[in-house]
Design a protein around this ligand. Sequence first.
Ligand SMILES: Cc1cc2nc3c(=O)[nH]c(=O)nc-3n(C[C@H](O)[C@H](O)[C@H](O)COP(=O)(O)OP(=O)(O)OC[C@H]3O[C@@H](n4cnc5c(N)ncnc54)[C@H](O)[C@@H]3O)c2cc1C
Length: 338
Amino acid sequence: MGCCIHLLALVFRGRRVPVLLLVGAGHAHLYVVKRAVDLVAAGYRVHLLAPRFFDYSGVASATAAGAVSSGAGRIDVRALASASSVDFHEGTLESLDPETRIAVTSDGDHLSYDVLSVNIGSVVAPVGMHVHPAVLRVKPLSGLADLDARLRASGQQGATVTVVGGGASGLELAAHLSVRSDVVQIRLVESGTIIGAGLPEGARKRIVRLLATRGVAVRTGCVVRDLGERQLVCDNDTEMSHDVALLATGLTAPPLLAELGIGDGRGVPVRATLQHVDRDDIYAVGDPDAGSGHAPGEPVTRLVRRCQSVPGPDVSTSIPFQKATRPLMRRARGEGWR
Ligand SMILES: Cc1cc2nc3c(=O)[nH]c(=O)nc-3n(C[C@H](O)[C@H](O)[C@H](O)COP(=O)(O)OP(=O)(O)OC[C@H]3O[C@@H](n4cnc5c(N)ncnc54)[C@H](O)[C@@H]3O)c2cc1C
C-alpha cells in the first residue's frame, strides 16, 4: 500500500521522535548525512529520499567525455546513509502536501516529516529555444550519461559535435571532447559576442587560446532558435549540422519546485537561516541561489571529497558549508523543532 508506508512520526520511549526528511543527496545533504550521528544523538530521526548514486560535477565532463571511468566521482548514497544511521529511500520526490507534511515519492510511498530539507540541484535552462529530445543536457548530470556511448556509436567516420553555450560547462565539455579520436569536429555556439564572458579576463584568454589549439570552432553571435537532433538554426537563419548536440546554456531551478508550490524558476526563496520565507519547516540548500537566501554556491562541491573519504582540505570549516548546514546542526544541538 502506498499510503503512509513509512510512518515516520515514531514513538520512542513514550515521546514523539521528530523526523527530518532530506530530499536529494546534493552536496549539502551529503555532508548532513555524513554528520547525521549528531542529529540522531540529539534524538532525531533522519530520512533521505534520493537516487542511489550521486555524480560529482567536478569530473562530469571528463567522465562524460570518456577521459576517466564512469565510476569516478560517484558516491553510493545508500551506503553513505547506511553508515550514518540514516533511513534511505531510493527514488525522487514527486509531490508534497505541506499542510499535512507528507512527501510522495516516485515509488508512491508517503513519507511523513516534521522538517523537510530540499537539495535537488538544477537543470539546464533552454532560454526560449526549441530543443529536440535527443539533445543531451549538461544538467541534471544524468543527461550526460549517454554521451560517451553516442560518440562511440558514430563509428570510424567520427562525430561532429555541437556544444550550445559558451559558459563554464560548455567550455569544459568542448575542451574535453576536442581530444577524443572519434570526434572529427567540435563546434562551440554562443549567443553573445565572446565565450567565457563570466571568467576573469586572463583565464578567458587562456581558454580561448586552448580551444583554438585544439581545433574547436567557435561561433559567437548565434542565438539558437531551434536545436534539433542533427541541425541547429540561429535567429539569423544560419544553419549548422551535427551528429551530437549538447545543451549547456546555464542553469535554472527544477520545474518540480514550482509544481510543489515552494519555489519558482529561481529556486526556493529562503531566509538567512535557509528556511523558506513562509514556512519554518522547509529548508532549501544548493543550486540555484534564490530570493534573499544564502545558497552555498559553487565552492560547496569540494565537500564531496569528504564524503568520498578522499584526502583533501577540511572543508567543514568552509563558510558556504557552514551556512548550508548550520541551521540543521544547530537544531540538532538542542534548539528543538517547531
Ligand atoms: C558539466 C558541469 C561541470 C561542473 N563543474 C563544477 C566544478 O568543477 N566545481 C563546482 O564548484 N561546480 C561545478 N559545476 C556546478 C555544480 O554542478 C553545481 O553548482 C552543484 O552541483 C550544485 O550542487 P547541489 O548540491 O545544489 O545540486 P546537485 O549536485 O545537482 O545535487 C542534487 C541531487 O538531487 C537529486 N535530485 C534531483 N531531483 C530530485 C528529486 N525530485 N528528488 C530527490 N532527489 C533529486 C539529483 O539526482 C542530485 O543527485 C558544474 C556543473 C556542470 C553542469
